[in-house]
Design a protein around this ligand. Sequence first.
Ligand code: ADP
Length: 153
Amino acid sequence: MRIAVFPGSFDPITLGHYDIVERAAPLFDKIIIAIGQNSQKKYMFSLEQRKEFIQKTFKDFPNVEVDSFEGLTIDYCQSKKVNFILRGLRNPADFEFEKAIAQTNRTLTHDNKIETIFLLTSAGKSFISSSIVREIISFKGHYELLVPDSVRV
Ligand code: ADP
């Protein structure tokens, strides 16, 4: 089975995340959207809310699941016996950051390679980020244009 973990904060899920999952769904037998929970980090939405937004968004996708984890993504992948990490690339800054993480993950999992698979963001979605969505929400702007219908505050 080809199973991919799509890790992220998803605070909240955006149309950019949706685009990556929708396009990756036919490429894998299963995709686990894994919400990273870091006790040091402050989130706008609780883990339960972030999970519910994602579950509702992908309710009609039979091969997309939602889970959460603490700690290193590779440890989570190994506990689930998953060999693929899915990430989205928006711009050169994402590329530099993701390259370092993917190469580190390959080094740390030398016996049991985990490959990171990148999909380029679709044109028209590359400017969307959860941090900008949070900013719009906090100033009561039209965040609905940037997130799936299931995300409502
Ligand atoms: P993290 O805190 O790990 O960066 P995010 O929830 O911000 O978590 O992002 C998770 C993944 O989704 C990352 O691979 C990120 O590059 C990707 N992503 C976020 N926004 C977009 C977008 N607009 N288009 C494509 N990929 C995106």
